[in-house]
Design a protein around this ligand. Structure first.
Ligand code: BJW
Length: 268
């Protein structure tokens, strides 16, 4: 049997201090990145440059130039990732966020979740009104078309690279590549939620990719208490009020359980 992982004594002390404040928050904003899905078996974007996908250059592939140069190769990479993701289930971190969102309903609170992840795991875990900043790997749109023309394409693996629309035109993944604008309405909504928050959490992201990485800073500037959950230090760490230097699938359930124990209307 595998050894059970435990939070460090330092993290337990930080959670004990954080729980009463977190339980008072009625507008919670959560910003997530690849680290949250790492424990479901999906390599992070940085892992991709050293691990499973080392044969590819994700920074080149995640760009419109890379796609125009070799759409079949880019689609091969996305198809492999779709196949990996189709085998993955939400982990305890995803589930804890959903539980926290549900726990806030009886106290007229709300939790907004903006994710950079394209893997659908937050939705599968049941989180509602999900804000997908960088799109969704299960959606496609015709090359040259906008986000509004996206539709789901669940074939896995795909029968051809690139997949084509009924009229023969090339389809692309409905994700945001380097140098591309994010969907303006989605980004504006995320900033609005960040600005309204009284508690903001940045979880499992290297905080390097903008404009998304600005969200927790903006929440902090507008008065939110800022929490970071990440086993590594990031560009955000120094700005955070509370730092839980742990995997999210370990720290989030402990935090949410602590909140549940004192939040009205949420029996264990
Ligand atoms: C754990 C854990 C565990 C591990 N528990 N944690 C200079 C040159 C070129 C561009 C720029 C530049 N300076 C700025 C830019 C802009 C650029 C940018 O920010 N680049 C930076 C890299 C410098 N941004 C853009 O281009 C954006 N668009 C834009 O700015 O438009 C404006 C504009 C356009 C045109 C003209 C003029 C202006 C678009 C950015 C789109 C990002 N897209 C990607 C790909 C999505 C599709 C796909 O996946 O295929 O999004 S890139 C990639 O990075 C992906 C991710 O969502 C995103 C963030 O990554 P994330 O989630 O932080 O993952 P990692 O891997 O970096 O980190 C994982 C973390 O998890 C680590 O910290 C671990 O420690 C942690 N971790 N295990 C908790 N168990």
């Amino acid at each position: 049997m595998g050894q059970q992982r435990q939070l460090s004594a330092e993290t337990r002390a930080v959670i004990e201090e954080l729980v009463p404040e977190a339980a008072k928050a009625r507008r919670v904003f959560i910003f997530t990145g690849a680290g949250v899905s790492a424990e479901s078996g999906i390599p992070t974007f940085r892992d991709a440059q050293t691990g499973l996908w080392a044969k590819y250059d994700p920074v080149m592939l995640a760009s419109i130039d890379g796609f125009r140069k070799d759409p079949a190769n880019v689609w091969k990479w996305y198809d492999e990732r779709r196949q990996t993701m189709s085998q993955c289930m939400p982990n305890a971190g995803h589930t804890a966020i959903t539980e926290w969102q549900r726990m806030l309903a009886p106290v007229q609170g709300r939790l907004d979740l903006a994710t950079q992840n394209i893997d659908d795991l937050h939705r599968i875990a049941g989180t509602e009104q999900l804000i997908e900043l960088h799109g969704n790997i299960w959606e496609v749109r015709p090359l040259g078309a906008g986000f509004a023309d996206a539709f789901r394409l669940m074939d896995c693996p795909l029968s051809e690279h690139p997949p084509r629309a009924a009229d023969g035109s090339t389809l692309r993944p409905n994700v945001v590549w380097f140098g591309e604008m994010l969907d303006e309405s989605v980004l504006n909504h995320a900033f609005h939620c960040a600005m309204k928050a009284d508690l903001a959490l940045s979880i499992g992201t290297s905080s390097l990719v903008y404009p998304a990485a600005a969200l927790p800073f903006v929440a902090r500037e507008h008065g939110a208490t800022l929490v970071e959950i990440n086993p590594e230090r990031t560009e955000l760490t120094a700005a955070a009020d509370y730092v839980l230097q742990e995997p999210s699938a370990l720290a989030l359930p402990a935090l949410v359980e602590g909140i549940r124990s004192i939040l009205p209307g949420n029996p264990a």
